[in-house]
Write a protein that binds this ligand. Sequence first.
Ligand code: ATP
Ligand code: MG
Length: 397
Amino acid sequence: LPAAFIGAQQVLQVIEKHGYEAYFVGGSVRDTLLNLPIHDVDLATSAYPAEIKQIFPRTIDTGIEHGTVTVLHHKHSYEITTFRTESGYQDYRRPDRVTFVRSLREDLMRRDFTVNALAMRENGEVIDLFSGISDLRRHIIRAVGNPNERFHEDALRMMRAVRFGSQLDFTIEAATMAAIQTNSPLLEKIAVERIHVEFVKMLLGIAPLRGFQQMLTTDLLRYVPVLNDEVDSIAALIKHPLAQRLADETQVWSWLAFSLGWNAPRIRKTLQAWKSSKQLISAVTSVTSALQALLDHQLTNWRLYKTGAQNLATAAQVAVVLGHDDETQSLQQRYDQLPIHNKHELNIDGKQLIQAGVKPGPQLGQLLNQLEQQVVAGTIANEQDQLLAAARTQSEA
Ligand code: ATP
Ligand code: MG
């Protein structure tokens, strides 16, 4: 068993010793069988939450109404969820009722795809009730049960199919694919935040362009905010293979923004519609304009400086994704050689300017800003006497 399982293995053993069933479930089982690294280990049990709390002295009610309890065991914490079924799916979204059950089968039946519906005992024995292993071997994403019904229960699963297809480089099985095509308008019922998560994971996968292509052919793309206006441009864009994988969300949106020619207001509009953080919006805006300048060979020192080390590194990565390795060669060196890298490195501040006779007020800020630009451009040295002299002449002018 992979190291990440070892601690959880003991927890499963303790639960079994008390006469209940307990398993590893979900992505960790799938990824172990595929020899992929695992991130989160999901545990499921036939014991009810109250029973788990009797077994382990230290627990936290993490999501007790959904059956999830956090167990503290040997200084680590483990989330354990009671087997459950879901019912009362309204508006094609999450269920409004969960029922705890004792049967593993019922718990696995509510899961989305056969490769995600595998369970593994603490001794490594795999329980495969829906031919998940066969689908893993054949690299297939297939809904558990009737795909039409499953997408009616929760329309987000259509995005998840496309996401896992890209992440694992698997094919979506024909009936599952056909059901996505039929039910794609239901995606409109889903909160954009949930679509967002799957969309970004799709583009971070191994086969992102095929994922995008599948969103096009199934019409899923017509039911997501703002991008639904750009179906034709996206169809053209995904004909060009990426030279390297996208590595994080800032790269994902910067690649899209640059490739689709979005200006700053368009970036803001799109990312706001996708409920992104202010931080992400500002990073993508900065990376995209640096990238544009870089590929136009118009990246000034001032732009380098304002972009900053981190966004500049991201811009360089996206340039490589787009196949422009050459342009990124001397970028880091150019940045390192800037006379200063932030305002605080400027060898003068407002207080010193006032002492030297400059009047406080808006002009003072302007003057500092001018000096900062001149230092970055290399037209004044970052030396206090020279900065003061320049300040005197410029404030008199
Ligand atoms: P990842 O590697 O991205 O974490 P994962 O398979 O663990 O992949 P999660 O979104 O963390 O995916 O969900 C954990 C498990 O819960 C899934 O493997 C699946 O069994 C089940 N699951 C999650 N979301 C849904 C859903 N919308 N419908 C049905 N089952 C779901
Ligand atoms: Mg997971």
